[in-house]
Design a protein around this ligand. Structure first.
Ligand SMILES: CCCCCC/C=C/CC(=O)SCCNC(=O)CCNC(=O)[C@H](O)C(C)(C)COP(=O)(O)OP(=O)(O)OC[C@H]1O[C@@H](n2cnc3c(N)ncnc32)[C@H](O)[C@@H]1OP(=O)(O)O
Length: 303
């Protein structure tokens, strides 16, 4: 597919600077605990743990960037590489995306990547964020999000880019796009992803209010597909996966592409402008002050 190869090309161009991966050990393979054959070997990188099961064709991909899985440049890059590796291996048809950090699925953008940084760094960072979204949103694999913790902002977008979402039933595990509460604005492709999932009116309200939905409300508004007790998140994600994998791949993939291509194309057409817009916005003094104040509040909230 032209679009897929375009995205792959862009990813390669983006990912060529390997120096980016400070201290990563990409491609490392090690036996899973208690594991034996190939199907039980896990691989991944410092911040993304991949547990592949060749027999079922499903891999579990765990985010492990403690304490809160903030989307640092390294984590974004490692996620894209891990996903590409699985997509290129015909053994795999599905990925369950989950967190290795207790109580948090993903805290969204790593605010330290855009606070007090120069415009070039902010641009590089935003391109990596765009790339991860394009990759997940258009992935040929079935992606199921097993949301085992809080899931604000960029974390929510990663979950919404999956095909299906299972959320643990814990009132602290809220999900949504809360950008306005930080004094920032969700870019159009985050908004589009929201609208495609929960509809225009619900998005209009939730985006303006910066709503973070607790599980029952998230289910009601359609942000997640199932809410289950915490100890059943993984098994429910596997059952969901089986349901999706029962459909022939080619028909499901073409249908997914038909549903999502226009939204992705919109970003692909104006990627540079979106990057420039992001950089000039976050580098404003007033926005830097808001972000600093928000980070400070997060730090003080502790304990
Ligand atoms: C055209 C303009 C376009 C702009 C587009 C911008 C798009 C933005 C999308 C985003 O993703 S913005 C980021 C929004 N994220 C949040 O608001 C989440 C903030 N975090 C939390 O609410 C909580 O941390 C949590 C995720 C609910 C977890 O709570 P918990 O009590 O378990 O941990 P904390 O004690 O709060 O945090 C631990 C530690 O981590 C730091 N931290 C938390 N979130 C972030 C983050 N997003 N980036 C960087 N650092 C973060 C926090 O400050 C603590 O640090 P410390 O040094 O240990 O005190």
């Amino acid at each position: 597919m032209a679009l897929a190869s375009g995205v792959r090309f862009a990813a390669r161009a983006l990912l060529r600077p390997w120096a980016l991966l400070r201290g990563t050990t990409l491609g490392r393979t090690e036996p899973a605990a208690g594991g034996g054959g190939d199907g039980a070997r896990r691989f991944g990188s410092q911040r993304v743990l991949v547990e592949p099961d060749a027999a079922s064709g499903v891999a579990v991909m765990k985010l492990r960037n403690p304490p809160v899985n903030a989307l640092s440049l390294e984590l974004l890059t490692e996620l894209v590489i891990s996903l590409e590796k699985l997509e290129n291996d015909k053994t795999f048809r599905g990925v369950i995306l989950t967190s290795d950090c207790p109580r948090v699925f993903c805290a969204g953008l790593d605010l330290t990547e855009i606070c007090g940084r120069n415009p070039a760094h902010c641009a590089e960072y935003w391109k990596a964020m765009q790339e991860l979204w394009l990759r997940t949103y258009l992935s040929s694999l079935v992606l199921v999000a097993a949301i085992n913790g809080a899931c604000p902002a960029g974390g929510c977008i990663i979950a919404l880019s999956c095909d299906c979402r299972v959320l643990a039933d814990n009132p602290k595990y809220r999900i949504g796009l809360n950008e306005t509460l930080l004094g920032i604005i969700a870019p159009f492709w985050l908004k589009d992803t929201y609208v495609n999932t929960i509809g225009h009116r619900a998005s209009e309200q939730a985006l303006q209010l910066g709503s973070l939905f607790p599980p029952a409300e998230a289910l009601q508004v359609g942000l997640v597909d199932q809410v289950v007790p915490e100890d059943q998140v993984q098994s429910t994600a596997l059952s969901e996966m089986a349901r999706w994998l029962a459909v022939p791949d080619h028909a499901r993939q073409l249908t997914k592409n038909m549903m999502r291509k226009a939204t992705a194309d919109r970003l692909l057409r104006q990627r540079d402008a979106d990057t420039q817009n992001f950089v000039s916005f976050v580098c404003r003094d007033s926005i830097q002050k808001s972000l600093q104040a928000y980070l400070e509040k997060l730090r003080q909230r502790k304990g």
